[in-house]
Write a protein that binds this ligand. Structure first.
Ligand SMILES: O=C(CO)[C@@H](O)[C@H](O)COP(=O)(O)O
Length: 235
């Protein structure tokens, strides 16, 4: 991590996949009050991934409960037809997987035309080469540190050198006049490993079970968000 990066703000994005779905409004209000920067919304279709979760109606229902951005991660295939629905439902960031679009460049353009930030998500075994010709269309790169589909999995450590390589690509892109690109990590992020993940180059951290499973006795959501931030090197 270079000196400029050390002083850069980090973003914490609790994944509501691990929230209490019967009380979602209350849950997203609580994470915002606890210091979250984004609400991470995991959309799964029982096709691209085995699980089935949230649609645009749920996204629209939680939108009025928070002022922080909704960060929508689409694990659906095909993806294009759902993008306008999530933009309409209040998503500010929309991320998809390259395998889910026949025309990745076009899909990224569609997201931006709808006024959202565009993200591309790479599974643990997906090469960074998929970024080669679309760096100028990206607002965020999401590196999966578990295989997508479920919360509560263990962090895959091979993600650390991959994050460092993605960070180097971003720095080179910015140095040659390109736009800033966030680097998000998703899966198995905890208080114990966030320091190493930050050091490898991530600036945006999705955490589901670590946040929503935090014991009240340890300060609940606010307590764990503070610990995550502190262990990532930011007070
Ligand atoms: O997208 C996914 C899983 O596919 C993630 O957002 C997980 O939901 C993160 O949960 P934890 O690993 O932090 O419990």
């Amino acid at each position: 991590m270079n000196t400029a990066m050390k002083t850069q703000a980090i973003r914490l994005a609790p994944s509501i996949l691990s929230a209490d779905f019967a009380r979602l409004g209350e849950e997203v209000r609580a994470i915002e009050a606890g210091g979250a920067d984004l609400v991470h919304v995991d959309v799964m279709d029982n096709h691209y991934v085995p699980n089935l979760t949230i649609g645009p109606l749920v996204c629209a229902a939680i939108r009025p409960h928070v002022s922080i951005p909704l960060d929508v991660h689409l694990m659906v295939e095909p993806v294009d037809a759902l993008i306008p629905l999530f933009a309409q439902a209040g998503a500010r960031i929309i991320t998809f997987h390259p395998e889910a679009s026949r025309h990745v460049d076009r899909t990224l353009g569609m997201i931006r035309e709808l006024g959202c930030k565009a993200g591309l998500a790479l599974n643990p075994a997906t090469s960074l080469a998929v970024l080669d010709h679309v760096m100028d269309k990206l607002d965020m790169i999401l590196l999966m540190s578990v295989n997508p589909g479920f919360g509560g999995q263990k962090f895959i450590t091979a993600t650390l050198p991959k994050l460092a390589a993605a960070r180097a690509r971003i720095e080179a892109h910015v140095a040659s006049g390109g736009q800033p690109i966030w680097l998000q990590v998703d899966g198995g992020v905890t208080v114990d490993n966030i320091g190493a993940i930050r050091a490898a180059g991530a600036d945006t951290f999705v955490a589901g079970s670590a946040v929503f499973g935090a014991p009240d006795a340890d300060g609940g959501y606010r307590g764990v968000l503070q610990r995550l931030r502190a262990h990532a090197g930011q007070d």
